[in-house]
Design a protein around this ligand. Structure first.
Ligand code: MG
Length: 312
């Protein structure tokens, strides 16, 4: 059974994709259960052992804001880092960056909003003011030789504003690139995008001079569209895909257990397309089955359920 899927390549798609694993950060940040530090460390190590090239590890936001990740320093001190694997951390400001530097990180991420409402909600400042907050962080990170990723939330829809104009997203991506971000993650934070919208937005970005190699996509499966949207992004030449092991994270803006695209569901599709990821699907499924036991609920990932007899 576990030899599935049958591999039938599609020559129009990239031959290799980099999966940016966000389960330990985005996933656990949005779970109601607070996971013990030692379990987080084991989780991160198992994800790297399963072949994931990028394992986003934690966030240096203030513990009052995200109590689930209050142990960022302890996690980064304890994780045995595998050579060749990157372990990015989120930093909201220079203070967070300084804490991350104490842990000798090589990759950081800042998180911006494409909309006014979410900038206020998530960053407590206006859309135009957020860039002032990030510029000193990006400057200092680059001076320290770190790579900086820019997350951009609400690229495809906003729960308070509804539709989000593509031009606004293009403008926001430009701001992040001008700040020196090497890569941008386009977030469908509420999981409402459909494939035509993905094709259109990526087309507009590349037409505006954004290199497709700098674009990553961060889809949520709230409305069951994440894999279809991923395929649209692959067709447009995107080769960095964010996902969360076991689909951890839920959706903070909808009453849904299904939020982040599950890494297993992504790997299954990419394996079937003959697209190289370096990920061992069985090792990943057993890691997510273990984590779902710890969280005390079945994984929302269809592949984890199919392969580990969960949710029967
Ligand atoms: Mg997410």
């Amino acid at each position: 059974m576990n030899a599935l899927p049958m591999v039938v390549p599609d020559a129009t798609l990239p031959s290799e994709v980099m999966i940016w694993e966000v389960g330990a950060r985005d996933g656990l940040q949005n779970e109601s259960t607070i996971v013990p530090t030692a379990i987080k460390v084991e989780f991160i190590e198992r994800l790297a052992d399963a072949g994931l090239p990028v394992v986003e590890a934690t966030s240096y936001v203030r513990p009052e804001w995200v109590p689930q990740l209050a142990d960022a320093a302890e996690v980064m001190d304890s994780v045995q880092r595998r050579p060749g694997v990157r372990y990015p951390v989120l930093v909201p400001n220079v203070r967070g960056l300084e804490r991350a530097l104490e842990a000798s990180v090589t990759d950081v991420a800042i998180f911006a909003s494409a909309t006014e409402s979410f900038a206020h909600r998530n960053l407590n400042r206006g859309y135009d003011d957020q860039w002032e907050m990030f510029t000193p962080v990006a400057d200092r990170a680059h001076a320290e030789g770190l790579a900086v990723r820019g997350y951009l939330s609400m690229c495809f829809g906003d729960p308070w504003e509804g539709a989000v104009e593509a031009d606004r997203v293009v403008r926001s991506v430009r701001r992040l690139l001008d700040m020196g971000c090497e890569s941008i993650s386009l977030g469908d934070t509420i999981g409402v995008a459909t494939p035509g919208q993905v094709t259109d937005l990526i087309g507009r970005l590349t037409a505006a001079g954004v290199p497709v190699a700098a674009i990553g996509v961060h889809f949520h499966d709230t409305y069951g569209q994440a894999l279809a949207n991923t395929l649209a992004a692959l067709r447009a030449g995107v080769v960095t895909i964010d996902s969360s092991a076991g689909g951890l994270g839920g959706c903070p803006y909808a009453k849904s257990a299904t939020g982040n695209l599950a890494t297993e569901d992504l790997v299954y599709m990419l394996d079937g397309l003959g697209i190289r990821t370096g990920v061992d699907l069985d090792a990943l499924v057993s890691t997510s089955a273990w984590m779902s036991d710890i969280l005390g609920r079945p994984s929302p990932s269809r592949v984890v359920r199919a392969r580990s007899h969960q949710g029967e």
